[in-house]
Design a protein around this ligand. Structure first.
Ligand code: MSP
Length: 501
């Protein structure tokens, strides 16, 4: 039987940016989906990386008195180290200054040029230095663009407009391409206007830090045309056809601000290359602070490392995945973080572990008791537990990560209630067998929850399974074995006490 494959990418982040919670979010999301697909037995290729060309990099390097390459080499580890800290299980980390990428970008430019889809013309227009692209009069009037100047120069253009109708037809016949649905509609709306051609070069006299255009050495490649190609250069396009056909097409996870570049520029580039379009382009919302977007200039950027230091990696991963309804914006506040940590992780999940292991320790010498002749209440938990995997699977395959987590937490909460009702600590005094049965059912539900939370909290969930002696007990009900000795442990999620001062 051939295995299913799952190829997932994050955007490649600007090497100049200090990594923040927005970057961490997409990367953790890709990691959770990757880990889940691996648990399903699928073959997974998870790609992330860095976008290293363009004006801002050139300027920042100059300011530091470094060559742009030395500047990039110096900054790149800020991202790769963060991914290690965040337990990101990526299979590759591509940097657009690597030869394996630059060579392919040049091959592609030549190919598209030879095909007649790239031409040169003189162009006069308004250019936003901050955005590194030409903008329309209307965009300039909106005031949303900084450092706008009028520029007249010869450039190379990609015949994007030529593919407009084909793209509209494709989007309409492939509703899964752009998700969530409101983003698809936004793009179809955008495509109601005539689609112009895309300027894909910059004269070296203005910007030298880029990939040289192979058919005109006075120019470098526009940074987006270069960057988008990472999704295929990393998996062997033009260098390893077997690898490429193994993985392409895949799923691109992106933020909503880069939807147009992905669903219009990238798709039409793929049309020109006669390659299949991505399976899915999924745009998530923004993390906001209060009502505003996080940004360096506002000075409200949340640094993931600060949170990790205080509360641990898995708590941060859990919060980001549980709090954001995928596709919508979410509000980040430290208060929110603490509230969710205390309620979900300390009170519900952590507390259930403490309770069952404490009671099994006290009444059964730490050995998991057997469960026979289940009562109605036991059976209710058992059926909820047995159905959990199917529900979580369906939700995750539909990119509803927050809902999947909530489903797991619903089981945990139901088990905590069940424990209150059954009170095995009281039962133990009159009917030890019944108390054992309740503790088995509760512990097994906890085990299943932990097994499914592994994708979200790799370290803590694995620790729970280790404590329960059930690392490889599967995803169906009954994996926990009676007779297993539980490991002693300290609380996994100590409550965060808020200093009222
Ligand atoms: N280099 C381009 C992407 C090229 S992909 C071929 C780029 N880089 S970026 O570093 O600026 O941003 C990368 C991602 O971070 C985007 O998907 C963006 O949406 C995301 N985020 C930046 N700030 C964010 C929040 N405050 N919240 C959530 N994600 C946000 O764009």
């Amino acid at each position: 039987m051939t295995k299913n494959k799952f190829y997932v990418s994050t955007p490649i982040y600007y090497v100049n940016d200090a990594p923040h919670i927005g970057h961490a979010y997409t990367t953790i999301l890709a990691d959770v989906l990757s880990r889940f697909h691996r648990a399903l037995g699928d073959d997974v290729f998870f790609l992330t990386g860095l976008d290293e060309h363009g004006q801002k990099v050139q300027q920042a390097a100059q300011a530091r008195g470094l060559t742009p390459q030395a500047h990039c080499d110096d900054l790149a580890p800020r991202f790769s180290n963060l991914w290690t800290t965040l337990e990101i299980s990526n299979d590759d980390f591509i940097r657009t200054t690597e030869v394996r990428h630059t060579r392919i970008v040049q091959d592609i430019l030549q190919k598209v040029y030879d095909k007649g889809d790239i031409y040169q013309k003189e162009y006069e227009g308004l250019y936003s230095v901050a955005e590194e692209r030409f903008i329309t009069e209307k965009e300039a009037e909106s005031g949303a663009f900084r450092e706008v100047k009028s520029i007249k120069e010869k450039n190379y253009f990609f015949k994007m407009g030529k593919y407009q109708q084909r793209l509209i037809d494709y989007i309409e016949s492939h509703p899964g391409l752009i998700q969530p649905e409101h983003r698809k509609n936004e793009m179809l709306g955008f495509l109601r206007q005539p689609l112009g051609d895309l300027c894909i070069s910059r004269p070296k006299s203005r910007l030298a830090w880029g990939i040289e255009i192979p058919f005109d050495r006075d120019y470098v490649t526009y940074v987006w045309f270069d960057a988008l190609i990472n999704y295929i250069s990393a998996i062997g396009y033009g260098s390893d056809e077997a690898k490429f056909s193994r993985w392409w097409p895949g799923v691109h996870l992106i933020g909503k601000d880069i939807l147009t570049t992905h669903s219009i520029y990238w798709t039409t580039m793929l049309f020109a290359l006669e390659l299949p379009l991505p399976e899915t382009i999924f745009a998530h919302g923004w993390w906001l602070m209060g009502e505003s977007k996080m940004s360096k200039s506002l000075g409200n950027v949340v640094r993931p490392l600060d949170l990790i230091e205080q509360h641990g990696v898995d708590a941060v991963r859990y919060y980001l995945m549980a709090e954001m309804v995928l596709g919508n914006d979410a509000n980040f506040t430290p208060e929110n973080f603490i509230k969710r940590y205390n309620s979900d992780l300390a009170n519900d999940f952590g507390n259930l572990l403490n309770r069952v292991s404490g009671l099994i320790g006290k009444y059964f010498d730490g050995i998991v008791p057997p469960a026979h002749d289940l009562s109605e209440a036991d059976q209710a938990i058992m059926s909820q537990g047995a159905a959990l995997y199917g529900k979580v699977r369906a939700l995750l395959l539909d990119y509803k990560v927050d809902a999947a987590i909530n489903e797991i937490m619903n089981l945990i909460r139901a088990v905590n209630k069940y424990m209150e009702m059954q009170a095995p600590w009281k039962l133990a005094k009159t009917d030890l067998v019944a108390a054992g049965r309740v503790l088995y059912v509760a512990t097994e539900a906890l085990r299943l929850s932990a097994a499914l939370l592994r994708a979200v909290m790799p370290e803590k969930a694995a620790r729970v399974l280790q404590i329960l002696g059930a690392e490889d007990a599967g995803l169906s009900w009954g994996g926990l074995r009676a007779g297993t000795k539980l490991e002693a442990h300290s609380p996994l999620f100590p409550r965060i006490e808020v200093d009222k001062k």
